[in-house]
Design a protein around this ligand. Sequence first.
Ligand SMILES: Nc1ncnc2c1ncn2[C@@H]1O[C@H](COP(=O)(O)OP(=O)(O)OP(=O)(O)O)[C@@H](O)[C@H]1O
Ligand SMILES: [Mg+2]
Length: 361
Amino acid sequence: MRAKVSGTDVKTGGIALHNLQKRYGSATAVDDVSLSVSPGEFISLLGPSGSGKTTTLMMVAGFELPDSGRVLLDDRDITRLPPHRRELGVIFQNYALFPHMTVAENVAYPLRMRRVAKAEVEARVRRVLDQVHLGALASRRPHQMSGGQQQRVAIARALVFDPPVLLLDEPLGALDKKLREHLRGEIKTLHKEVGKTMIYVTHDQDEALAMSDRVAVMHEGRIRQVSAPQELYRRPADLFVASFVGEVNLIPVKLKSGVVYGGAGEKLPAAPWPDADGDATLCVRPEHLHLDPSAAGSSHGIPGHVVGRTFIGDATIFEFRSDSRLRLTSKVLNISAKSMPDVGDACAASWAVSDATVLTE
Ligand SMILES: Nc1ncnc2c1ncn2[C@@H]1O[C@H](COP(=O)(O)OP(=O)(O)OP(=O)(O)O)[C@@H](O)[C@H]1O
Ligand SMILES: [Mg+2]
């Protein structure tokens, strides 16, 4: 959505959260959350149950008031504005359609509340129903539709008054996996078409990585990292993010003058760490961990044995136990008939320097 400001096109729908704080009794639900969302950006709030995602979104929507901090929409302070005056589209998990109304009536509701003229309502409802591919079902009632179709009605209803920002709280949570993946694609396509800012709450990391321009990972009311999906996966900022987003091997290491050593004093592949000493954790994704029987007994990597091998269709998962009793997981795609180690084989576990992240918290 664009607004004309002194002759130039300016994109609207930028959201800025400044030091948001929300307590319920003695518990802090949202703790000093700051986040800047650009106009047209798709950003996810990702985190486990109870991490403060919904509370954060509700403060943006205006259904919860922060104890302190500010919410800005395009540099306008809306912290204390009631929800209906914020003009933000909100979509909840349980879609909450009116059961006695048809699809068209449900979608028209926000416009009727705003006293838009009848002809205009009809035209806009038709347009937005076409956008979500429900034009043919306009006269159905919610109970005559599938869960995915009802969810699309909820999206149409949030889009119909053309808000610059859509807030979505686990909108696909109640649907089965196949449908979720399908609608994920549809929401993404819609995002490209309508160009609105979207703030999307989910606890599903695949969903967040697949859909978002950036992901904000939340834990215990705080944002732990805000990054593009690839960066989040490749360069987690802390142990929580490393373990919450994807599978990861966490290897306890010692840093001595910036060099990384394993439990048996062996030097491990990792970029030199700036002049640090002490305990740290090395993060290596299973698909980056290589088990090499031919390097067993050499000084390369971590020495140990394969203790498990599981075929999972597209890949094979290896369980590895180091001589120092560390358990690691390696994932190898089944793309060719190449030989793979067997249970009991001695191997060295290693990885490329660029695939390891050192965390010193
Ligand atoms: N109205 C309320 N009264 C008291 N505590 C609340 C209230 N709403 C949320 N909380 C608490 O605040 C914390 C954050 O809740 P929130 O609903 O924001 O989490 P969430 O990340 O959305 O979790 P989920 O993935 O389960 O939806 C939780 O500990 C929750 O119990
Ligand atoms: Mg929630």
